[in-house]
Design a protein around this ligand. Structure first.
Ligand code: G6P
Length: 605
């Protein structure tokens, strides 16, 4: 979602500000802009095209400056127009960029209007700009401190003022902001990645912090206004472009990286040792009587799969909730429950808020399964398990999902072992299955040409149904989500047993029905559900495995997975669904890596 970059230097920093935006592009945005301080006040260039266009514009105009801020915006308040693009000005004196949402912006706007301020955009951000302007008495830092005291909601901001050359003031609460310490120049960014290469020394600002960067120093005050020090870490964020290599899109590349990502996520030594989750994990695991998994989107489907594993292997009751629902409903807290948050980014606003909500209800045992070691979520939990998917750029999550599944399977077996439900022989078998996963995945990826042939047919459809049962129901959900988010085909998933309670009414020759059909305990039941579809003229597209004994026939096409993979079968079965969505989207000519209206990191509610 939105991205912030700020810089103070003795060189022209526009290329740094624009390059920073380019690196944050993958998170999703619909407009962008950059502002620098000139002799007459701030000047800006904004656009609703790509960052590459902004770059071309700034070069053509010789737009230069030594103090500046830049932004990628994902519209919340106000359409993605030039007027609403950041940086937002107040009275041609100051410019601001903002991530997050200000909840009390309407009352603040009314109060500022009463003072004579005129609004040129529909953004909540303009309220902050005018508020700071109204409080400015020659000290931008103090004005920002005063302004943020009046804000309710989430924000990370960076501000420049015409009377304070070589100064950028930032503040954060609820949205991340880091300070980059350079030599004779300093930076602000919503993610270290944006300015990596200019410095590798970063401090992560804390909730309520206000900071000021100048040429030779950084000043930070905490939420109470006291001077604060924040630890400076050496962060080797890789800022270079991630090469596409032989792939057409990042999503395709990331699908094919899964054997490597999974191999990197499986611990080299004992993969089922409690200490993998933290030094005191064993003690925590011994004291819990249930799990509460909280997540959004694809990560939520990883959680749903984990429920099957944890209840069956470790025999521990597991609830899975969509974070945005859990945070606002009245629930019955169980202090003996382990709260598990799952997130690729570790930044998803709803998941972080749900975690804090659970903590506020007295649930102190928490575990984050996350792909970003430096993310806010990882700092908030007692225990952590880091997945090693590497940077995921495609908005539609692929390798982050399968590595989450690996982490959650490891959690299930670890808990099962501690509770005496996993015998040595079973443990050895699980270990063997895990170690062989990368090779098994390579076998699945080799099915791509057959899947491309199916994608030709799907590209002409407007609807699709996905069916699965048991462990593979969440995989059907994930397959439908992939198809809808990147190809814009309406897709729904059902546990196959629910077919006759509604969706069967939709089944005609025009409705492709994708079925995930490995040879598990529910296969015979699933075959009956498939007959219900065939009897109504529906077209079945079945992903079976080596042992499923389902063959292609009239109204039924089968792609056979190379191996039957037991409990870990969901990790293999999701891959052809990713490929089907990907190739269908390619044939429909959509923007696969940046689907319309979606963002990679959803840092607002
Ligand atoms: C967005 C992304 C999805 C992701 C979801 C949760 O919707 O487009 O790919 O699954 O956020 O994100 P998280 O980073 O918490 O896993």
């Amino acid at each position: 979602m939105c991205g912030i970059v700020g810089a103070v230097a003795q060189r022209n920093i526009v290329p740094v500000l624009v390059e920073g935006l380019r690196r944050l592009e993958y998170r999703g945005y619909d407009s962008c802009g950059v502002a620098v301080l000139g002799a007459e006040g701030p000047r800006r260039v904004r656009g609703t095209e790509r960052v590459a266009d902004l770059d071309a514009q700034t070069q053509e105009m010789h737009f230069e400056g030594v103090t500046g801020i830049s932004h990628t915006r994902w519209a919340t308040h106000g359409a993605p127009t030039i007027d609403n693009a950041h940086p937002i000005f107040s009275n041609n004196a100051l410019a601001i960029v903002h991530n997050g949402i200000i909840e009390n912006y309407e009352s603040l706007r009314d109060a500022l209007r009463a003072k004579g301020y005129q609004f040129a955009s529909q953004t909540d951000t303009e309220v902050i700009a005018h508020l700071i302007h109204s409080l400015y008495r020659g000290d931008l830092f103090a004005a920002v401190q005063g302004a943020v005291r009046e804000l309710h909601g989430a924000y990370a901001i960076a501000v420049i003022h015409k009377d304070q050359p070589h100064t950028v003031v930032g503040a954060r609460a609820g949205s991340p902001l880091v300070v980059g310490y350079g030599k004779g120049e300093n930076f602000l960014a919503s993610d270290a990645l944006a300015v990596a290469g200019n410095t590798d020394r970063f401090a992560y600002l804390e909730e309520g912090d206000v900071c000021e960067i100048t040429l030779d120093g950084v000043r930070i005050a905490d939420r109470d206004g006291h001077a604060a020090q924040r630890a400076v870490h050496a962060v080797q964020a890789y800022g270079g472009a991630v090469e596409l290599g032989p792939y057409r899109h990042y999503m395709q590349k990331e699908i094919f990286e899964q054997p490597r990502a999974i191999g990197d996520t499986i611990p080299a030594a004992d993969p089922f040792g409690a200490d993998l989750f933290g030094a005191n994990a064993r003690e925590v695991f011994d004291g819990i009587d249930s799990l509460l998994i909280l997540a959004c989107g694809t990560s939520y489907y990883a959680g749903l799969t984990a429920k099957y594993w944890i209840e069956s292997i470790a025999k521990i009751r597991t609830d899975v909730e969509i974070a945005s629902e859990y945070r606002y409903r009245d629930s019955v807290p169980n202090p003996r429950s382990l709260v598990v948050t799952i997130s690729q980014s570790g930044e998803t606003a709803d998941t972080i808020a749900a975690l804090k909500h659970a903590q506020s209800l007295g649930m102190k045992h928490t575990l984050a399964v996350c792909n970003v070691a430096t993310s806010a979520m990882v700092q908030l939990t007692e225990l952590k398990f880091l997945t090693h998917a590497g940077r995921e750029i495609g908005v539609a999550s692929t390798k982050a999902f399968t590595t989450q599944l690996v982490a959650l399977f490891i959690l299930a077996v670890t808990l099962g072992k501690l509770r005496g439900h996993v015998s040595d022989a079973q443990e050895a078998e699980y270990q063997k299955l895990l170690r062989h996963l990368p090779a098994a995945l390579n076998g699945v990826l080799a099915l791509e040409p057959q899947i491309i042939a199916w994608a030709d047919e799907f590209a002409r459809k407007e609807n699709a149904l996905f069916l699965g049962r048991g462990l593979h129901y969440p995989i059907a959900l994930e397959g439908a989500l992939k198809l809808k988010e990147i190809s814009y085909i309406h897709a729904e998933a059902y546990p196959a047993g629910e077919l006759k309670h509604g969706p069967l009414a939709l089944v005609t020759e025009a409705m492709p029905v994708v079925t995930v059909a490995p040879n598990d305990a529910l296969l015979e039941k699933l075959k009956s559900n498939m007959q219900e579809v065939r009897a109504r003229g529906g077209k079945l597209y079945v992903f079976a495995d080596a042992d499923s004994h389902i063959v292609s026939d009239d109204g039924i096409q089968v792609i056979r997975m190379p191996e039957h993979y037991g409990l870990l079968s969901p990790i293999l079965h999701v891959v052809p669904l990713q490929l089907l969505a990907y190739h269908t989207a390619c044939k429909r000519g959509t923007d696969v890596d940046k689907p319309r209206n979606l963002a990679k990191s959803v840092t607002v509610e």
